[in-house]
Design a protein around this ligand. Sequence first.
Ligand code: FEO
Length: 169
Amino acid sequence: MISEKIATLINEQIANEQYAAQYYLSMSAWFSSKDLDGIANYFRVQSKEELMHADKMFDYLNDVGGEIIIGEIAKPPHQFENAIDIFQKALDHERIVTKSIFNIVKNANDEGDFATTSFLQWFINEQVEEEASASQLVTKIKMVSDNPSAVYLFDQELAQRIFVADPTA
Ligand code: FEO
């Protein structure tokens, strides 16, 4: 049986993941409005992944007998300076999520809640990948942003991303 404290942290993280989904959807909408549909697709897929993360936590909390309490989701920003600003904000947000997950792991570890630390290992690995790819995209958008032909190719590259559902989710 999970403690109330860890259940609360996971409930908060479910809301954080859902907020991230909304945030990325807002970023996707910005790129759609600029007719950069490939980049918009990238953020749309990212949004779906965040909902999948929330679902995984929802199911885990249910499995361990924690009370699921759906939290309020804040309205994400919808105005951005430019494409670089968006990619940088996406990276900043992933770093916040990583810290938040580490905090749950630390608390679970302190309690000897090894079921939760084991469950969250997947998220720790996921955050390493998410930060690495977000950081790489910041570098790339900075490289191409002044060159319309390069932006066109970058948009084509990100159009290739597809959502792959996690079989364990
Ligand atoms: Fe669910 Fe992008 O972290």
